[in-house]
Ligand binder design. Structure first.
Ligand SMILES: NC(=O)c1ccc[n+]([C@@H]2O[C@H](COP(=O)([O-])OP(=O)(O)OC[C@H]3O[C@@H](n4cnc5c(N)ncnc54)[C@H](OP(=O)(O)O)[C@@H]3O)[C@@H](O)[C@H]2O)c1
Length: 304
């Protein structure tokens, strides 16, 4: 099969090539999916799991990309819940070969059915941003109606979904970003917008939940904005400063079939959309991983 591979952690994207790889084997409870659309994360070549398996052993050449939408090609021994030919989408394991390939083996529980009226490109754009937003707001942040949420990077991949889900849940949403992000952040559901480069973060006052996708100084200054009993949810890095009288949670997104289904249902009925940027065929995936300009929106690679 055709796949993009990386072999040398020190070479970064310079060591990335498109070539032939053996087809993946479906282990117990696995599904092999014929990938129709794949999403990658620009920073994933810095993740240990890109280079080693769960035991820390070298697993190169490895195939990047962890989001997928496609069609089930075969089932491993004992796999239930999905059938050959079914449209699916989800999150591939961090420490196994990924989705910039014609076929990928994924644990069945990491996938959910993709409704017929949600296209593959949209399906591949949903798993990381959607699950991260969902888990940060509801599992870790325990958000409920009437609370206030400060969303940093509200026009970005994760922030735009956080804003939509938080607003739908009945929260008051304050989005942040650069001046150029204002219109997009408001379109994605923020009630108000704060320009991190021009406005004073302290003017926000106290909020129930800060969802920080940026970290560094902005994350550190945000801890003071969490009201007693509130929570600072961070995803870029563990928090350097914690709220005085609230919780701080850093987490890594996990696959979850039920949550994927919730996200797909919202896309179907128009309550949720992802910010899709460039869409390229697999032949241009290496170039897409090395863009000359910073892309706006999620880059998706289509296959076949
Ligand atoms: N822990 C997890 O499970 C998890 C899951 C998903 C993502 N992440 C991480 O979370 C981060 C965000 O992911 P994403 O997909 O949402 O990225 P993204 O699409 O690039 O969104 C980030 C947004 O924040 C803005 N931003 C960044 N720094 C800023 C600053 N100093 N001032 C104002 N605005 C700023 C960006 O604007 P510009 O584009 O103009 O910089 C962009 O709009 C990444 O580091 C990613 O690796 C972690």
């Amino acid at each position: 099969m055709k796949a993009v591979t990386v072999t040398d952690p020190n070479a970064g994207t310079a060591g990335m090539t498109l070539g032939e790889r053996p087809e993946p084997h479906a282990a117990e409870n696995d599904v092999v999916v014929r990938v129709r659309a794949s999403g990658f994360t620009p920073g994933e070549l810095t993740w240990p799991g890109t280079w080693t398996d769960r035991a820390g052993r070298d697993r190169t050449p490895s195939i990047p990309g962890h989001e997928l939408a496609g069609v089930v090609a075969s089932l491993g021994y004992g796999t239930t819940g999905l059938t050959v030919g079914q449209r699916v989408f989800g999150l591939a394991d961090w420490t196994r070969d990924g989705t910039l390939a014609e076929l990928v083996a994924v644990e069945a529980r990491n996938l959910a059915p993709l409704p017929a009226d949600v296209d593959f490109t949209t399906g591949a754009s949903l798993p990381i941003s959607g699950l991260t937003a969902w888990q940060g707001l509801f599992d870790h942040g325990r958000l409920h109606t009437g609370q206030s949420v400060l969303v940093h990077g509200a026009a970005g991949g994760v922030g735009s979904v956080v804003s939509q889900l938080a607003r739908e849940a009945g929260a008051h949403v304050i989005g942040t970003g650069r001046a150029a992000d204002r219109a997009a952040a408001l379109e994605f559901g923020a009630h108000e917008f704060l320009d991190l480069e021009a406005d004073d973060l302290g003017d926000v006052g106290q909020v129930d939940l800060v969802f920080d996708v940026i970290g560094g100084d902005i994350g550190a200054r945000s801890a003071a904005l969490v009201r007693p009993g509130g929570v600072l949810v961070t995803i870029a890095a563990p928090p350097e400063v914690r709220p005085a009288e609230g919780r701080a949670v850093f987490f890594v997104v996990e696959a979850d079939r039920a949550q994927l289904a919730e996200l797909a249902a919202r896309v179907r009925d128009g309550r949720l959309r992802t910010r899709i940027g460039a869409v390229h065929p697999l032949e241009d995936a290496v170039k897409a991983f090395n863009p000359t300009a910073r892309p706006t929106g999620k880059t998706i690679i289509t296959i076949g």
